[in-house]
Design a protein around this ligand. Structure first.
Ligand SMILES: CC(C)=CCC/C(C)=C/CC/C(C)=C/CC/C(C)=C/COP(=O)(O)OP(=O)(O)O
Ligand SMILES: O=P(O)(O)OC[C@@H](O)CO
Ligand SMILES: [Mg+2]
Length: 257
């Protein structure tokens, strides 16, 4: 993977108004390897845009095993680290979502883990994506807010989300990730997505609680460039196929028009 190719891929998706999909593989949840490989193969076959690898906790050191599992199958689809902490940095990936949890006020997740990770990243070839990571939900306790010990932004106050995202932009962050929390009951409110997109005009990743094509569509329609699928696919692998088939048909229709 050449340098800057992930940034280019995001830029192309946005310029062409295409709908992007990332599959999150959480190394903590790798059970049956045959199932994992078959899921990766399905994602490749249906042209997923990105693989995200990471988890809030990481109880087992399987990050590199998951990355290599992907790399054994494809060299074309970028693998991005989506790290819950600095221990998850690996130079076997193509890039890293360099997250700062700006919805919270815990210095460890605003700058602490980043300082620990930076020297390792400097020695690697990882493409770095500076990302304003914002947890948005109506008070549901998810792994991210428990592990980070932070309060989420309310899901029905777009103005607070906009102020936070703009602060991230003015600090130099180049991507926004709106996160309802893995396995959240309710996804990020489309009104919040739309407001953040309009105000920042930054590439927008949206995840958490996307368990149907309808929810994915609502996020895209509101301005998400990439939707992230995790728990929904773990429970129902067909969801991945349904969402990717919808995105592929939609994206192809743009080429025709
Ligand atoms: C830049 C570096 C090295 C680290 C960033 C550290 C930060 C700011 C992390 C943000 C807070 C956090 C704990 C994020 C985790 C995001 C993530 C990988 C979620 C994946 O899902 P899980 O939260 O593991 O879901 P389950 O509960 O379903 O396992
Ligand atoms: O597991 P789900 O709910 O799909 O969430 C995906 C991702 O945004 C979590 O960090
Ligand atoms: Mg996890």
């Amino acid at each position: 993977m050449t340098q800057k190719s992930i940034n280019h891929k995001f830029a192309r998706l946005r310029e062409e108004s295409k709908k992007g999909v990332a599959l999150l593989l959480d190394p903590d949840k790798v059970g049956d390897k045959t199932k994992l490989y078959s899921l990766i193969q399905t994602a490749v076959h249906h042209q997923v845009d990105f693989f995200f690898v990471g988890g809030s906790l990481l109880m087992r050191d399987l990050v590199e095993e998951v990355i290599c599992g992907i790399k054994d199958i494809t060299a074309e689809i970028p693998v991005l680290l989506f790290p819950g902490n600095a221990v998850q940095v690996s130079d076997k990936a193509d890039g890293i979502l360099f997250l700062s949890l700006i919805s919270g006020r815990n210095p460890e997740f605003l700058i602490g883990q980043q300082v620990t990770a930076a020297p390792l990243i400097a020695q690697s070839n990882l493409e770095v994506l500076p990302t304003a990571y914002m947890l948005v939900n109506d008070g549901e306790i998810t792994s991210v807010n428990y592990v980070s010990q932070t309060l989420p932004l309310p899901n029905h106050k777009p103005d607070l989300a906009v102020a936070t995202a703009l602060a991230g932009k003015y600090l130099g962050m180049q991507y926004v990730y709106l996160e309802a929390g893995s396995g959240a009951n309710s996804p990020v409110n489309p009104e919040v997505i739309q407001s953040v997109k309009k105000a920042t005009e930054l590439p927008l990743i949206v995840g958490g609680g996307i368990r149907s094509v309808e929810t994915a569509k609502a996020a895209w329609m509101a301005g998400a460039d990439v939707v992230v699928l995790g728990n929904g696919v773990e429970k129902n692998p067909n969801l991945l196929i349904e969402v990717l088939e919808y995105a592929n048909v939609y994206n192809l229709s743009l080429n025709v028009n």
